[in-house]
Design a protein around this ligand. Structure first.
Ligand code: NI
Length: 217
């Protein structure tokens, strides 16, 4: 499931992050790429020691987002990188590493930090079984997608593309199961809005909780 999350950052938060990033020193993105992704990763990122506060902030804003909670069921947002793509930079086709330190990456996210009008190119393209989709979201919005998908970032041809990217270990490893839980939860909330607490709502809530008990790890 690929999902767009609105309002992950307020305008004030986004502008404050932009100000910090504008004066920060960036290093070659190849430093944190897997051996074969190194060949296609052409961007710059904030060094590990410099970006801790910003990385913590990204984790905090995602963890407070209800749609992120319902769709991703994060156990741990274990890795966050702040990246910039200047003119001529891109990230070729790859799938993200399955393991990062002691964590598994089930879900990847890209949080867009500046407006699409600020740059040309730079679309995040995610491949499906027989098609692909390109994303260039408004500033402050995030895209979440399965870490297992092949994806790439098109070359930036004007301006600078600023993003935070990260990886999450979910309580529910299987994307199909996560989607079932998400759909049931969406129906449950909609039912509650229409009929308040009802017998149907209670049974749906019980099923949702019991499926999560079976699948959580
Ligand atoms: Ni990637």
């Amino acid at each position: 499931m690929i999902l767009q999350l609105p309002n992950v950052l307020s305008q004030d938060e986004r502008l404050a992050i932009g100000t910090t990033l504008a004066t920060a020193e960036f290093v070659d993105g190849k430093l944190t790429a897997g051996w074969y992704a190194k060949a296609v990763k052409h961007n710059r990122q904030l060094p590990a020691e410099a970006g801790k506060d910003l990385r913590d902030q990204v984790k905090t804003v995602l963890n407070r987002h209800p749609l992120f909670q319902a769709a991703v069921r994060p156990k741990q947002i274990h890795s966050v990188l702040l990246s910039r793509y200047d003119i001529g930079m891109s990230y070729g086709r790859h799938a993200d590493n399955a393991l990062m330190g002691q964590w598994r990456s089930d879900v990847s996210f890209t949080l867009f930090l500046n407006e699409p009008a600020d740059y040309d190119g730079g679309e995040l393209v995610i491949e499906g079984a027989d098609d692909e989709a390109a994303y260039k979201l408004p500033a402050g919005q995030a895209l979440v997608y399965p870490s297992s998908a092949l994806h790439r970032v098109e070359e930036v041809t004007r301006g600078v593309r600023w993003v935070a990217v990260g990886w999450v270990q979910s309580w529910v490893r299987d994307p199909t199961q996560r989607e079932l839980l998400f759909d049931l939860d969406t129906v449950r909330r909609s039912l509650f809005a229409q009929t308040d607490k009802s017998n149907e709502f209670d049974l749906l809530s019980k099923s949702l909780a019991n499926l999560l008990r079976r699948w959580a790890e």
